[in-house]
Design a protein around this ligand. Structure first.
Ligand SMILES: Cc1cn([C@H]2C[C@H](O)[C@@H](COP(=O)(O)OP(=O)(O)OP(=O)(O)O)O2)c(=O)[nH]c1=O
Length: 207
């Protein structure tokens, strides 16, 4: 099995790969995320381009070293999109407050792009999840900001954390919002011969 390298500093992404029972190393990518992006490009293209950029930067390091030349490098990128506006990680509290106010009481989309780079094959994909926030009061937003949770997350919220109290509807993959579309990633990993444990259906197998 190819050694897996996660090109991400995101603790959520590390948690999700661990949840899948995968062994992997982490080499964070310092790829300049948004600098080179065409802001008019479709969100799916933006997250795939950025995920690929993150993975490529790490792949260049690992591919040139014999011990890691057979590695499979995984890059990911998550953005929140509302009315066509991309909400990345907030620059400061003021921007986080503005993001949460615009998300309040409305549907938005979360896109995560994936890039899997191996010397023999590169695969990319993206997933989109629709998330609805109930209306938020300014007091709730300020209290949430004081927790610090918004600051390292696209759209200034963490659905897997306290941000869960804002979400009253979701359509699509939950883990995609958190930063890794797990079902889609499992399908891509099969293309590299990495088959996550077969989950036997308990009904009707008899064993
Ligand atoms: C919407 C949402 C985003 N996020 C996180 C996932 C990502 O870590 C972050 C989006 O920023 P990213 O740029 O995708 O990732 P990152 O900077 O955290 O890590 P790296 O670039 O090294 O891979 O927002 C949540 O944890 N929960 C959520 O509900």
């Amino acid at each position: 099995m190819h050694p897996i390298i996660l090109a991400s500093a995101s603790p959520r992404r590390q948690d999700l790969l661990t949840m899948l029972g995968l062994e992997f190393k982490v080499i964070a990518s310092s790829f300049e995320e948004r600098a080179k992006l065409d802001p008019a490009a479709p969100p799916a293209e933006q997250v795939v381009t950025t995920a690929r950029g993150k993975a490529e930067e790490v792949f260049r390091l690992t591919a040139s070293v014999p011990e890691t030349a057979d590695s499979l490098v995984i890059g990911a990128d998550t953005i929140v999109v509302l009315d066509g506006e991309v909400l990345g990680k907030p620059a400061d509290q003021a921007e986080a407050r503005r993001m949460l106010k615009t998300l309040s009481g409305r549907w938005h989309q979360v896109f995560t792009g994936l890039a899997l780079l191996h010397r023999e094959k590169t695969l990319t994909a993206y997933e989109m999840t629709r998330v609805h926030f109930r209306p938020l009061t300014d007091r709730e937003i300020d209290a949430y900001l004081r927790t610090g949770e918004p600051m390292d997350k696209a759209g200034a919220y963490g659905i897997q954390g306290l941000g869960a109290i804002f979400v009253d509807r979701i359509e699509g993959c939950f883990y995609n919002v958190m930063g890794l579309p797990v079902p889609r990633l499992a399908l891509l990993l099969k293309e590299y011969g990495i088959n996550l444990p077969e989950v036997k259906t308990l009904v009707g197998t008899g064993d």
